[in-house]
Design a protein around this ligand. Structure first.
Ligand code: ATP
Ligand code: MG
Length: 331
């Protein structure tokens, strides 16, 4: 649905002869239609720049962005304006017009798009219903809570029936309960309208609750990306470690610990003790946790296997035992 292909973005450096700032450095990334995709990374990693290149607030320096197969980077004029409406953006600080009512805020984008007045009113009413604010049409933004303001932001972003929703730290100004409600609304909209959602966040809770996939950025590069349920069985995954922490490996086991990972399965005590009884191999649990990710119960456990009599370990046997029970073993 959305693909970034070798995208570079340079900003001019400050001052004379200053080297340009490389904000995106050879970014290649594909996001499938209907995915809710998280963009993670420290401050300055290039996350906002990535989104701004996608919605044409910035032009890429080189490389190509494709949306639904169309080369997005070369569009101009009328064509550009029309495809731009396929992207709705919601912001951390809502960016509502204080002097306009809720109704007029949502209508604004439709007016700009040249929609007829008689078409605008029913559409705005429909949108306010959709985001759960049917009774706030005549209120002003100052009379709304943060969560309500963000609902208006979502209604406004969806007004032109976009295929893609972009969210830049859209819940960071909200308390945890309101954040959950807004995320559930976004998920519901995705399910109903097939929206593709790209969201920037620094909150692991947000990623765990709604993302299907994620990319981790550092210094303008994508350093890791993938489907969350696939990343959990990768012992090296920084994204998985952020979402389901394993804790530090204990020194005594450094280098020989292994990762047990599972989705919608339990590594219960009986499983470990059955393993020990059947194989004679002891299992030390070094760390790990179980979290809910995109509606699935996902666990990662760092363990070390030990033969009590110093015998060798049969890796194939260990793997087979756990694989048969839906648990992946990785070194
Ligand atoms: N308009 C600009 N002019 C010059 N440099 C810029 C501009 N916008 C961003 N940068 C630089 O580009 C790099 C990436 O910035 P960006 O805003 O994309 O980071 P970010 O990952 O969104 O960070 P944060 O989490 O703090 O929002 C940074 O080094 C930043 O200073
Ligand atoms: Mg940013």
């Amino acid at each position: 649905m959305i693909s970034f292909e070798h995208v570079m973005k340079h900003y001019p450096g400050r001052g004379k002869n200053a080297a340009p700032v490389v904000a995106l450095d050879d970014v290649s990334l594909t996001i499938e239609q209907g995915q809710i995709y998280g963009i993670l990374g420290r401050s300055g990693a290039g996350k906002t720049t990535l989104l701004r290149c996608l919605n044409h607030l910035e032009e890429v320096t080189s490389g190509t962005i494709r949306v639904a197969g169309t080369d997005w980077t070369s569009l101009q004029g009328k064509e550009l304006r029309s495809v731009r409406r396929q992207m709705g953006t919601i912001f951390q600080h809502f960016n509502l017009l204080a002097s306009r009512t809720v109704f007029d805020n949502v209508a604004f984008g439709l007016e700009l798009a040249g929609e007829k007045k008689q078409d605008i009113a029913p559409r705005v009413t429909e949108l306010l219903d959709l985001v759960g604010l049917p009774d706030k049409a005549q209120a002003h933004p100052s009379q709304l809570s943060g969560g309500q303001k963000q609902r208006v932001g979502i209604a406004r972003a969806l007004a032109t029936r976009p295929q893609v929703l972009l969210m830049d730290e859209a819940t960071s100004a909200l308390d945890p309960t309101t954040t959950e409600q807004i995320l559930d609304l976004v998920k519901d909209l995705r399910d109903r309208m097939g929206l593709t959602v790209l969201l920037i966040t620094h909150e692991s809770d947000v990623v765990r609750r709604i993302c299907d996939g994620a990319a981790l950025m550092a210094d303008g590069r994508v350093v890791e990306h993938g489907n969350l349920l696939e990343l959990v069985s990768d012992p090296e995954s920084r994204i998985a470690d952020q979402l389901i922490p394993l804790g530090r490996a204990q020194d005594a086991f450094e280098g020989r610990s292994q990762l047990l990972s599972f989705v919608n399965q339990g590594v219960s005590e009986p499983l470990i003790s059955t393993f020990t009884r059947e194989t004679g191999i002891n299992v030390s649990i070094l760390g790990g946790s179980v979290e809910q990710i995109a509606g699935h119960k996902v666990g990662r456990l760092r363990v070390a296997f030990d033969h009590p009599h110093g015998g060798g370990l049969d890796d194939a046997l260990i793997r087979q035992f756990f694989n048969e029970r839906g648990v992946t073993v990785s070194k």
